[in-house]
Design a protein around this ligand. Structure first.
Ligand SMILES: Nc1nc(=O)c2c([nH]1)NC[C@@H]1CN(c3ccc(C(=O)N[C@@H](CCC(=O)O)C(=O)O)cc3)C=[N+]21
Ligand SMILES: [Mg+2]
Length: 292
């Protein structure tokens, strides 16, 4: 058996065409959705991601602003920029690219973004709302995974879902969304005693570990749905060294799973699509006077 591919690139493209129409409808009512992306420092990977986000905005007819600050920017200076964006009526969504330089307290920065402009869904108020089952802005990567599962007609009610990774950005919100959808959820992490014991029980397995090709076919239950959130470089000495790969060893996993997301072309493009979705939502809420 070889797994069905869950094509995130194709679904993201479909969604982005829909967003373009919704943006035009909003613009006709006098509101052009606007996203500000703030990058501190010169990390090459971050520069690529930020460029992709700004390009996606342009393609969908959104207004966007890219704000690039030097690596030695102080927390105070960054907070000042965020305050200005909070007050800017042309900006509906604010994204501060992570990771931030070590001398800046990232949590304090994320809390400074107005919750109604927090299109990443990282503000404590938005995480709290998600936890209580009244989601406002949901973090983009896990939300993109839910869209892919829905598009693939993968039912979650009563299913055993196992998430590897407990980050605030992916693992924890992913687990909350799967729980809300009726799955029985296990969160595994670096201190989990017998990881393969858990992964082999999973009907839905989400890998968000940050280790190239870590999850191999023998760790997967036959027929499981495998979601690969990892974005890594293939280490030297392995086939395709230097290319992009996920946290899942695709070659062995696809022989065991019933459905699987590829890297690239799986979860990554969906993350960007959900960023646009959240920005639209923020702009629509302003138009409708719903400040949540
Ligand atoms: N505040 C904040 N919000 C984020 O959402 C955020 C962040 N910081 N910091 C970094 C991570 C990473 N991330 C990705 C988004 C898209 C792809 C993506 O489109 N990947 C393509 C490949 C891109 C390539 O070729 O490098 C794919 O998987 O097909 C990857 C990674 C968002 N992040
Ligand atoms: Mg994690």
């Amino acid at each position: 058996m070889t797994a069905k591919i869950l094509d995130g690139a194709a679904l993201a493209q479909e969604l982005r065409s829909e967003f373009k129409l919704r943006a035009e409808a909003l613009a006709a009512q006098g509101v052009r959705p606007g996203l500000a992306v703030v990058l501190v420092g010169e990390d090459p990977a971050s520069q690529v991601y930020v460029r992709n986000k700004v390009n996606a905005c342009a393609q969908a007819g959104f207004h966007s602003e890219k704000i690039v600050l030097p690596p030695d920017t102080t927390a105070a200076a960054l907070l000042e920029r965020i305050a200005a964006l909070n007050a800017d009526p042309a900006i509906h969504g604010i994204l501060v690219q992570l990771p931030l330089p070590k001398h800046i307290d990232a949590d304090a920065v994320l809390e400074a973004i107005l919750p109604e402009k927090d299109v990443d869904g990282f503000h404590a108020e938005n995480i709290g709302a998600l936890t209580q089952g009244n989601p406002r802005f949901v973090p983009c990567t896990p939300q993109g995974v839910m869209e892919l599962l829905e598009k693939g007609c993968i039912s979650l009610k009563g299913q055993e879902a196992v998430v590897i990774g407990r980050s605030n950005i992916v693992g924890k919100p992913m687990a909350l969304l799967l729980l809300a959808a009726g799955a029985t959820v296990t969160i595994c992490h670096s201190q989990t005693r017998d990881l393969a014991f858990h992964t082999r029980r999973a009907d839905i397995l989400v890998a968000a570990i940050g280790r190239p090709r870590f999850v191999t076919g023998d760790m997967i239950k036959p027929g499981a749905v495998v979601i690969d959130v990892g974005i890594n470089r293939v280490p030297e000495g392995q086939p395709d060294a230097g290319k992009l790969c996920g946290d899942v060893d695709f070659a062995s996993a696809k022989e065991v799973a019933s459905a699987i997301t590829p890297v690239p072309g799986g979860v990554g493009p969906m993350t960007i699509a959900m960023l646009l979705a959240n920005t639209l939502l923020a702009a629509e809420r302003v138009l409708n006077g719903q400040h949540c």
